[in-house]
Design a protein around this ligand. Sequence first.
Ligand code: AHG
Ligand code: MN
Ligand code: MN
Length: 340
Amino acid sequence: MREKHITLGEFIIDKQEEFKYSSGELSKLINSIRLAAKVVNYEVNKAGLVDILGATSTINIQGEQQQKLDAYANEVFMQALINREIVCGIASEEDDNYITIKGKNNDNNNKYVVLMDPLDGSSNIDVNVSVGTIFSVYRRITPPGTPVQEVDFLQKGSQQVAAGYVVYGTSTMLVYTTGHGVNGFTLNPAIGVFYLSHPNMEYPKDGTIYSINEGNYVHFPQGVKDYLKYCQKEEGDRPYTSRYIGSLVSDFHRNMIKGGIYIYPTSTKAPKGKLRLLYEANPMAFIAEQAKGAATDGYMRTMDIQPTSLHQRVPFFCGSINMVKKVNEFMAKYPNDANY
Ligand code: AHG
Ligand code: MN
Ligand code: MN
């Protein structure tokens, strides 16, 4: 008998009744992200050709400048979401402020806000290493019929209705959750279709990989230094393996599949950490918890942190549940470092 291959499009339709507010809008939203992911994937894949094509192209009389890939990805995701009239506002790591989308007849009746990091791992573009896109979806809290406000974006991560990422890697994958587990889809680039390749993704409870920019070691808080020494100690299944790509999405993806922990702590160089709570930490935390992993700031659950500004940064400890518990034990010995 032939195996049935489920496409992302089919999967979205099948799962529609699982959504809390099942009017089909969230399905449309995921569909527009699917489309934008394909467009960005196409561009990312030929990123190395840009200079070559630019040099030989004499016909471009528009004088159009090749946009940087992160600005391009931002534009593509923005347009895909704006055009579907499902979203009332978008906040992006690339833009200082959120944008308001008035929707059909300017009635401000759309329900969802999207927050995104359109291109994560941008320092890896020029060297042909995997990059990603991260997105996070909330239901607005201000009443429909009025323009969206900042409070609609400053919700705790626990209020997310969907979150996901795209990893533009050796193969391109879209991984997302709507609060019913995590599913991963791999793009067949020849025909532009995502297929369900990783149903019900789950972290192994224990892992043996730790991912951190260890070059910053001297700047780390003592709890992190102690944990790293623990990871490196010869005992039981230790020393652990160190793996750090420098693209959160890729490091996260590997750790979720193989079992591991990703850490971007506070440091004397980055006193509040580097990652953004709204565009990076919260969506990844939602996916991690849905995959039976955990995410904290070293002390408290990431998704319980009350956001106070759009671009706020947060220390991030995310991965296999027993590894996150362990590092939190080390951090708990230095309670003052919780006040970052
Ligand atoms: P972005 O490209 O969106 O700015 O994010 C980069 C982030 C994250 O993806 C990565 O894990 C981290 O920055 C790497 O930072 P360091 O170079 O400081 O290790
Ligand atoms: Mn990023
Ligand atoms: Mn980015």
